[in-house]
Design a protein around this ligand. Structure first.
Ligand SMILES: [Zn+2]
Length: 179
C-alpha cells in the first residue's frame, strides 16, 4: 500500500470513531475515607492500560480521546490496586458527564455478586489481600492465573499485599476483571 493510501485509510478509520469528551466526578465520603489525592483513572483495553489520567483533589477528571473500541475505566488510589468503574462503549455519545461514587457497591442476585461487565454471577470469586485469615489448602491455575483454595473449600484470587478503602473485592474469571 502506498503512503497516501495508508493516510486515507487512517483518516477514514479515525473519522468512523469520533472524539469523545468525557467529564466526570468521583464522590466519596470525605469523613470516612482517606483522601483521593494523587489518584488516577486508568483507561484500559483488555488488561492493558492505554492512558492514565489524573483525578484532582475534588474528584474531577476529564478524558478527551478517540474511542476506536470499547474501553474500561478503572480507579486507582495510592496504596491499592485498580478497581473497575465503568465501560465506555465506542458507540456511546461523544459528550458524557459521569457521576461515580466510591467505594463501588455491586448488585447482588440472591446473595451472589453480579459482575458489572458480563452481568453474570457464576464465575466470581473473592479477592483476598495478604491472605490474612485464610488457611490455604491448595491452588489451581487457569489461563495462566493462579487461584488459591481455602480450608473451607472457597477459591480466592490473590490481590497482593497492598489494600486501601477503595480496593476491589471481587474477581470475575470470565472477564479477568477486578471490581
Ligand atoms: Zn464478568
Amino acid at each position: 500500500m502506498k503512503t497516501s493510501t495508508l493516510i486515507i485509510a487512517a483518516i477514514l478509520y479515525l473519522s468512523s470513531s469520533s472524539e469523545k469528551k468525557i467529564t466526570g466526578t468521583i464522590s466519596y465520603d470525605k469523613h470516612k475515607y482517606e483522601s483521593i489525592e494523587h489518584a488516577h483513572l486508568l483507561i484500559k483495553s483488555g488488561n492493558k492500560t492505554v492512558e492514565s489520567i489524573r483525578i484532582d483533589s475534588n474528584g474531577h477528571f476529564q478524558i478527551q480521546r478517540y474511542f476506536t473500541q470499547d474501553l474500561d475505566l478503572f480507579f486507582m488510589a495510592i496504596g491499592g490496586p485498580p478497581t473497575y468503574l465503568v465501560t465506555i462503549r465506542r458507540d456511546s455519545p461523544d459528550s458524557l458527564d459521569l457521576n461515580l461514587t466510591l467505594p463501588v457497591v455491586y448488585k447482588k442476585n440472591i446473595e451472589k455478586v453480579i459482575c458489572p461487565k458480563c452481568g453474570k454471577t457464576d464465575r466470581i470469586i473473592p479477592i483476598s489481600y495478604g491472605f490474612k485469615e485464610i488457611i490455604l489448602t491448595g491452588y489451581t491455575s487457569e489461563d495462566g492465573i493462579t487461584y488459591y483454595s481455602s480450608d473451607k473449600g472457597h477459591l480466592y484470587h490473590d490481590g497482593g499485599c497492598m489494600e486501601n478503602a477503595f480496593s476491589p473485592q471481587w474477581y470475575c474469571k470470565r472477564d479477568k476483571l477486578e471490581f
